[in-house]
Design a protein around this ligand. Structure first.
Ligand code: BTN
Length: 326
């Protein structure tokens, strides 16, 4: 019921009478009043005026189930969702849920992670109340090798969501880091469970630096947050809504071909490394070249000094900018 009240108050922006709320929700005035009180306790500022009704004066920066349902405008992603005030890792929650049969689109969101996982075994710093930590369950019917491209699809969704929610010109550092002004604002860790050559489920886990004010010295040169880029704080839930809506749209285009064919051009437009000199850190020998864009398998095409073009597979190597992080 709180999600419905929030939806109505957010849409209306003006006073909504208690009577109207009761009628649309089919509940008593006392039930509405109690729900409003609970929302106020969570940090929403709601004005109540006799003979006029309720008006949402200020939204709260919370990620409760009601808040998330009130911002999600998706068809299947996040219809089933869980929120944790604190958990070890939302990837673990989504995987547990998938093991217990959670459906395609199940979403896990946390306010804080005590053991946030980064790529290559690194730790993802995940304090309370500042950033976005979320993971979801996908049950695609294609092969495990195609699933690695879903990380690129998630990267596109973050970039588009950030652009829509903030107006910032976010871009992608191949394969899937979202960057603003050349610094990382998001990391994606995709985990998968397979059986023979079939996918049981895929869990993309997305961490977005929203309101972080400072970073540890070892990453302060390469990481930033949306708050630092915008100069003001940002509410997290609407950004989650924008990212997940974009993910659904990109995912359905991905599914048309089962690869990046339908997304390649848009991905390449978002690519911060495009036409830049990069160093490819290949365990079989590093080399430099000009990043051209991705191919339909999501490989980064790099033109080397001898004019040959190498297709770099994500996950096997990493790519660094020669003149900075990108
Ligand atoms: C990276 O190293 O760039 C990937 C970081 C991924 C972090 C996110 S936060 C939500 C989800 N849960 C985790 O434990 N990790 C991912």
């Amino acid at each position: 019921m709180k999600a419905e009240i929030l939806k109505i108050l957010k849409k209306e922006k003006d006073y909504v009478s208690g009577q109207e709320l009761c009628e649309s929700l089919g509940v008593s005035r006392t039930a509405v009043w109690k729900a409003i009180r609970q929302l106020e306790e969570q940090g929403y500022v709601i004005e109540a005026v006799r003979n006029k009704g309720y008006r949402l004066v200020e939204e709260a920066d919370v990620l409760t189930v009601a808040e998330l349902h009130s911002v999600l405008d998706t068809k299947w992603l996040g219809k089933e969702l869980e929120y944790y005030y604190e958990t070890d890792s939302t990837n673990n929650r989504a995987r547990d849920a998938a093991e217990k049969g959670a459906s395609h689109g199940f979403l896990a969101v946390a306010d804080c992670q005590t053991a946030g996982k980064g790529r290559r075994g690194r730790v993802w710093n995940s304090p309370h109340g500042t950033d976005i930590y979320m993971s979801f369950v996908l049950r695609p019917t294609f092969t495990p090798s195609q699933a690695s491209m879903l990380t690129l699809v998630a990267g596109m969704a973050v970039v588009k969501g950030v652009q829509k929610a903030t107006g910032l010109s976010a871009m992608i550092k191949w394969p899937n880091d979202a960057v603003v002004n050349g610094k990382k604002i998001c990391g994606i860790l995709t985990e998968m469970s397979t059986e023979e050559d079939a996918i049981r489920y895929v869990v993309p886990g997305i961490g977005i630096n929203v309101n972080t004010e400072s970073f540890p010295p070892e990453i302060s040169d390469t990481a930033t947050s949306l708050k630092l880029s915008l100069g003001h704080e940002l509410k997290r839930a609407p950004l989650i809504g924008a990212v997940l809506k974009s993910f659904e749209q990109y995912y359905s285009r991905f599914m048309e071909y089962g690869d990046m064919t339908g997304l390649m051009d848009e991905y390449n437009e978002m690519l911060a490394n495009r036409k830049r000199q990069v160093r490819v850190l290949d365990p079989h020998g590093s080399y430099e070249g000009m990043a051209l864009g991705i191919d339909k398998e999501g490989c980064l095409l790099v033109k080397r000094e001898d004019d040959s073009v190498s297709a770099v597979i994500s996950g096997e190597v990493s790519v660094r900018g020669i003149y900075g992080y990108v």
